[in-house]
Design a protein around this ligand. Structure first.
Ligand code: HEC
Length: 278
């Protein structure tokens, strides 16, 4: 395949660029997802604690009947899909089963009532959510409150858990949009770079080389002395032109008929063949 140097270079640049683009998009996707996840995990930690603190205030002030309002308020926080309390058997034994949604519904609830909190991303098809649970143990001094003064259980018993679920789809879509944006910007930047490279190649390499080639082609057909090249730049191509000019000079000198020395050329050749002469 016959390709010009400019085409080869552009293919090479295109290849490098595609690699850079793919790598940067993947890297950015991983980084931004991790960043968003760590932020939302932090948010979940704060919100589960805040939810229990508010609920505890209702317990202390005897307003537990208003706890549905509290739940509705927390469910309206951004990215919160669901917020609820899971009640333990120790609690239902004393106060009854509570609201329907406060019963154990899955393994995360069960784990939480065993005292093991979770902070896990669940992927179901194209949608993902974060599940955060915070077990609530009876303590004699939980931030200044003695749980056992009302709940008749031993210290350390899990009374229930706070469970939050976060919708991650909107957040991940945001990441995708940001990656698409930066990929488009990179592509535009590279397009401009490619055009600039083409222009630079044309003015510094392709055109001077074309001139050199044309001059050499002309010189092949023309009688001696051949046309000397103008040297515009002192770069590699300029040096080729200078060498070409020197070559013409030397050829001219050797081939010019010298009346004083008719056998000049054959003499030179025999001189080169005999090392002792010189
Ligand atoms: C002033 C008494 C009192 C104190 C102190 C108290 N609670 Fe409660 N707690 C209640 C009452 C009353 C309820 C409501 C029970 C019901 O009607 O279902 C309740 C309910 C709960 C629930 C279930 C909430 C729900 O929405 O179903 C949990 C979990 C709980 N308490 C944990 C704790 C923990 C942990 C502490 C210690 C930090 C604590 N409580 C301190 C009185 C108290």
């Amino acid at each position: 395949m016959r390709l010009s140097i400019a085409a080869k270079l552009n293919f090479f640049l295109l290849f490098i660029f595609s690699m850079v683009l793919v790598f940067s998009a993947c890297y950015q996707a991983v980084r931004e997802r991790d960043l968003i996840l760590s932020l939302i995990k932090e948010q979940s930690q704060e919100q589960t604690e805040a939810y229990f603190d508010s609920l505890n205030m209702l317990m202390l002030t005897g307003q537990m009947a208003a706890r549905d309002t509290l739940r509705e308020k927390f469910k309206r926080h951004s990215h919160v899909k669901d917020a609820r309390i899971v009640r333990s058997t120790a609690l239902t034994r004393q106060y009854g089963p509570g609201r329907a949604e406060e019963a154990v519904q899955d393994d995360f609830d069960r784990l939480a009532l065993e005292g093991k909190g979770s902070l896990e991303v669940i992927q179901e098809g194209a949608s993902s959510r974060l599940i955060a649970t915070l077990p609530l143990r009876a303590s004699k001094a939980y931030r200044g409150t003695d749980c056992t003064s009302c709940h008749q259980v031993e210290e350390g018993t899990v009374l229930g858990a706070v469970r939050f679920e976060y919708d991650l789809d909107a957040l991940f879509a945001q990441v995708e949009r940001s990656i698409l944006g930066s990929t488009l910007a990179l592509t535009a930047l590279f397009g401009a770079g490619l055009l600039l490279t083409l222009w630079v190649l044309r003015t510094w390499v392709v055109n001077p080389l074309g001139q050199l080639t044309r001059a050499m082609e002309e010189a092949t057909d023309a009688p001696l002395p051949g046309r000397r090249l103008e040297i515009e730049e002192e770069d590699e191509i300029g040096r080729v032109a200078a060498a070409y000019n020197q070559m013409l000079d030397s050829m001219e000198r050797r081939l010019a008929p010298r009346p004083s020395e008719p056998g000049a050329q054959s003499r030179t050749m025999s001189a080169a063949a005999d090392p002792k002469r010189g």
